[in-house]
Design a protein around this ligand. Structure first.
Ligand code: UDP
Ligand code: MG
Length: 332
């Protein structure tokens, strides 16, 4: 088991956040200092192409408790977050966004709840009225579908901003899969949660990295990696369609016997063929979603590659998942 020699780890994935880094640290550091002196801030530079890494390094000069992981390219938020969680040594770990949409003030309340004995304190946005209507609508649809189809309870409107006890972190790190839909994984790990409600403000500066297409893929990931229900639906669709065509066949036989042959219109035939091949293709597509995921899983590639790790005393243990051993530049 990885020991925890630090009390509190903050994990922040950053991607092209040059504009917000300084504001973020200026607000975060005093709050952390008021909670404990025994903290670290693990910043994961997810292949930024602006001055993010330089800004992080500059801040590290004044505050050595800021540690920097630099990934070899942009891997996406979830892998970057997982990298930070792998390297964090805290007894409690708090992932937080760099854009101050997760108010750092809440960390004090989270730590207080954790000291009361909760294993995880989940930040829930109580108010999404700031967001655009389609975004809100799609989010609520997503949670509804997720709640219906999957065995794990993903709390609605909760993101990555939460406190995780070390035992949850270790459990999370043991999950071997590559498709890391974090919200689902937190929920899968389970145990003794409590909730803190907060209003999610706008980003202080910079632009969101989410586009609708990515959000859509993210939602698909959530569903396909947590349930096989979409596969099972096709059995029922098949049974239904076969049943209906059986009945139709019977009807045609009977009417032909009673009233003689009557050629049905070619439009009906064409429509039936097109409709059923469409249904077939959807079924194939669903199969493809799962096969694609199997393909990614069997390759067993690590989730991320670390180019530089600055300020860390030791490499994380692999803990069941493939983590590539250090490159020569590791642990500066
Ligand atoms: N992020 C990242 N890699 C990415 C995209 C985003 O590390 O490929 C980070 C980003 O720097 C920020 C956090 O993930 O700290 C949340 O991103 P963003 O604010 O764009 O998402 P939103 O708040 O709009 O969901
Ligand atoms: Mg944001």
């Amino acid at each position: 088991m990885s020991g925890s020699d630090i009390m509190l780890s903050i994990v922040t994935p950053v991607y092209n956040e040059e504009e917000v880094c300084d504001v973020f640290f200026d607000r975060l550091l005093p709050i952390l200092a008021s909670i404990t002196a025994d903290f670290e801030v693990v910043c994961v530079d997810d292949g930024s192409r602006d001055g993010t890494l330089e800004t992080l390094m500059r801040r590290r000069r004044d505050e050595p408790r800021i540690k920097v992981l630099s990934l070899s390219r942009n891997f996406g938020k979830d892998p970057a977050l997982m990298a930070g969680i792998d390297y964090a040594r805290g007894a409690a770990v708090v992932p937080i966004d760099a854009d101050l949409q997760d108010p750092p003030e809440l960390i004090a309340d989270m730590v207080a709840k954790w000291r009361e004995g909760y294993d995880t304190v989940i930040g829930v946005r109580s108010d999404r009225s700031q967001e655009s209507r389609p975004k809100r609508w799609s989010a609520s649809m997503f949670y509804r579908v997720m709640g219906q189809v999957s065995a794990v309870d993903v709390p609605p409107n909760a993101g990555d901003f939460r406190l995780l006890d070390r035992k949850l972190v270790d459990a999370l790190r043991r999950l071997p899969e590559r498709s890391r839909f974090m919200k689902g994984l937190y929920a899968w790990v389970g145990t003794n949660p409590t909730f803190l409600y907060y209003e999610r403000p706008e980003r202080v500066a910079g632009k969101t990295k989410w586009r609708y297409w990515r959000l859509w893929n993210f939602a698909l990931d959530g569903i396909f990696s947590f349930t096989t229900l979409p596969l099972r639906i096709w059995t029922y669709v098949g049974v239904f369609v076969s049943g209906m065509s059986g009945l139709l066949g019977l009807y045609i036989v009977l009417t032909t016997l009673m009233r003689g042959a009557d050629m049905p219109g070619s439009t009906t035939v064409l429509l039936a063929v097109l409709f059923l091949s469409g249904v077939n293709m959807i079924g194939l597509g669903v199969l493809g979603e799962y096969i694609g995921r199997i393909f990614h899983e069997v390759k067993q590639r690590p989730l991320y590659l670390v180019d530089r790790a600055i300020g860390f005393e030791q490499l994380p243990e692999a803990n069941g998942r493939p983590i590539l051993p250090g490159s020569p530049r590791l642990l500066e």
